[in-house]
Design a protein around this ligand. Structure first.
Ligand code: FAD
Length: 380
C-alpha cells in the first residue's frame, strides 16, 4: 500500500448512505466542511433494493437542500389500515391533514442520486476502508485505505452514519424474529395513490404506491420468509394475497429481497469527539416507515447544533440530549405497533379492532397519529 496525501475537514462522516449524505449537504449549507468515507462502491449504493416512505416533513427538509427527488416520488394521498381476520379499519387522508400528500414513496437509489448531485468530487472517498482511528484533545485522525493507497484524514469530529450496527455492548437489541420480504407488484387497476397497511399475526404487511406499481413490505417469521423467498412468482402472489386479500388483483412480482428485523438502540449517542446518527444510532422496524425520516432529523439537528455551538465534544453531548425525545418516541411507537399487532391473542385482537375504530371515528386521535408520522417528535 502506498502512503498518500493527508486531507482535512472539520467533520469526518463514516458512511455515505442517505443520512451521511444529508449531513454532508446540511453542513455545507452552513459553511462547515466535511468528508464522507464509504465502504461500498457508488454503484452498489445505487443498486440498494430498499424503497422508502418519506414523510411530508422529510420532503420539506430535502427541499431546503435542493435534493428532493420530485420526479421519482409517488405521493400517498390516503392510507388504509386494517387487520387480517379481525374487525376495525381506519382511513387517513391528506386532505384531512391539509397537506398535498401524507407522505411519498421513493426508491433508496433515487434518493441517494438526488443527494449525491451536489457532492463535490473531493468530498467522497468511496470503496474506502477505515484502517485506524485516533482521538486526541485537538480532534480525530483517521487512516483509510482506498484501492492500493492510504490516506490520512483529520477533523474536529467523527460522525458514524455507517448504518445498522453489528454486535456491540453499547447497543441494545430486541430481535423481532421477523424478516421483511420486499419486492414490487402490479395492481389490476390504478392504485389511486393509496397505501395499504395490513396487520397479520405473522407481522405487518405494507403496499405502498410506487409509480404504477406497489412496493411490498411483507413481514414474516424467518422460516416462512425463507419459504416465500423460494416461491415462483405466481405462488408468491398467491401467498401475498393469502395475507392481504385478492381485491387488488396483484400480478407481475419483481425479484425479492429479504431483511432481518430487530430494534437496535445505541445507549450513548455521543462519546468524546464521536457521534452516531441514522441507523447507526437507532435501527427500527420498518412498520410505518420511520427509520430514514428519523435519521434525516438526526442529521439536520446535528448540523444546526454544530453551527451554533461549534465542532466540539460539548456540542455533541448537547446534540444527544436534543435528540432523546424524538428517537425514543420513534422507537416506542414502532415497537408498540409491532408488538400489539403481531399477535392472534383474542383479547388483544378485540382491543386493537376497537382501537382502529376509535382512530377512524375520532379525528383528534387520527390527527395525533398522522402528525407523529409526518413530523416526528415535533408534531406529536
Ligand atoms: C425493508 C425495509 C424497509 C424500510 N422502509 C423504510 C421506510 O419506508 N421509510 C423510512 O424512513 N425508512 C425505512 N427503512 C429504514 C431505512 O432504510 C434506514 O433508516 C435508512 O436507510 C438509514 O440510512 P443510513 O444512511 O443511516 O444507513 P444506511 O442506508 O444503511 O447506509 C449506511 C452506509 O454506511 C456504509 N458503511 C457501513 N459501514 C461502513 C464503514 N465501516 N466504513 C464506511 N462506510 C460504511 C454502508 O455501506 C452504507 O452505504 C426501511 C428499512 C428496511 C430494511
Amino acid at each position: 500500500m502506498t502512503e498518500a496525501c493527508a486531507d482535512s475537514a472539520e467533520v469526518l462522516i463514516l458512511g455515505a448512505g442517505p443520512v451521511g449524505l444529508t449531513l454532508h449537504l446540511a453542513l455545507a449549507r452552513y459553511g462547515i466542511t466535511s468528508r464522507l468515507l464509504e465502504r461500498r462502491p457508488l454503484a452498489a449504493l445505487q443498486a440498494d433494493p430498499r424503497v422508502l416512505a418519506l414523510s411530508h416533513g422529510t420532503r420539506e427538509l430535502l427541499e431546503q437542500l435542493d435534493s428532493w427527488p420530485a420526479q421519482a416520488a409517488t405521493p400517498i394521498e390516503t392510507i388504509h389500515i386494517s387487520q387480517r381476520g379481525g374487525f376495525g379499519r381506519c382511513l387517513m387522508t391528506a386532505k384531512e391533514q391539509a397537506l398535498p400528500a401524507l407522505g411519498y414513496v421513493v426508491r433508496y437509489r433515487d434518493l441517494v442520486s438526488a443527494l449525491s448531485r451536489h457532492l463535490a468530487p473531493d468530498a467522497l472517498y468511496a470503496e474506502a476502508e477505515m484502517l485506524a482511528l485516533e482521538e486526541d484533545a485537538q480532534g480525530v485522525g483517521l487512516k483509510l485505505g482506498q484501492n492500493a493507497d492510504s490516506v490520512s484524514l483529520h477533523g474536529a469530529l467523527i460522525v458514524h452514519a455507517d448504518g445498522t450496527p453489528g454486535a456491540d455492548p453499547l447497543v441494545s437489541v430486541r430481535d423481532y424474529h421477523q424478516q421483511a420480504v420486499i419486492c414490487e407488484v402490479r395492481p389490476a387497476q390504478p392504485h389511486g395513490q393509496r397505501a395499504w397497511e395490513r396487520f397479520t399475526p405473522d407481522g405487518p404487511l405494507a403496499l405502498l404506491p410506487l409509480g404504477e406499481e406497489f412496493s411490498v413490505v411483507l413481514t414474516l417469521p424467518p422460516a416462512k420468509a425463507k419459504e416465500v423467498m423460494a416461491l415462483d412468482d405466481a405462488a408468491f402472489i398467491a401467498a401475498l394475497e393469502a395475507q392481504f386479500g385478492r381485491h387488488l388483483g396483484l400480478c407481475q412480482a419483481s425479484p425479492r429481497n429479504c431483511f432481518p428485523l430487530a430494534l437496535r438502540m445505541r445507549r450513548t449517542l455521543a462519546q468524546g469527539r464521536a457521534v452516531w446518527i441514522g441507523n447507526a444510532a437507532q435501527t427500527l422496524h420498518p412498520v410505518s416507515g420511520q427509520g430514514f425520516n428519523l435519521g434525516l432529523r438526526d442529521a439536520w439537528q446535528l448540523a444546526q447544533t454544530l453551527l451554533t455551538e461549534g465542532c466540539t465534544p460539548s456540542a455533541l453531548a448537547h446534540y444527544a440530549r436534543l435528540r432523546r425525545c424524538d428517537r425514543q418516541g420513534g422507537a416506542l411507537f414502532t415497537d408498540t405497533v409491532v408488538r400489539t399487532f403481531s399477535t392472534d391473542f383474542a383479547p388483544i385482537k378485540w382491543a386493537r379492532g376497537l382501537g382502529l375504530y376509535a382512530l377512524d371515528l375520532f379525528p383528534p386521535a387520527r390527527q395525533f397519529v398522522a402528525r407523529r408520522m409526518i413530523w416526528g417528535g415535533r408534531g406529536g
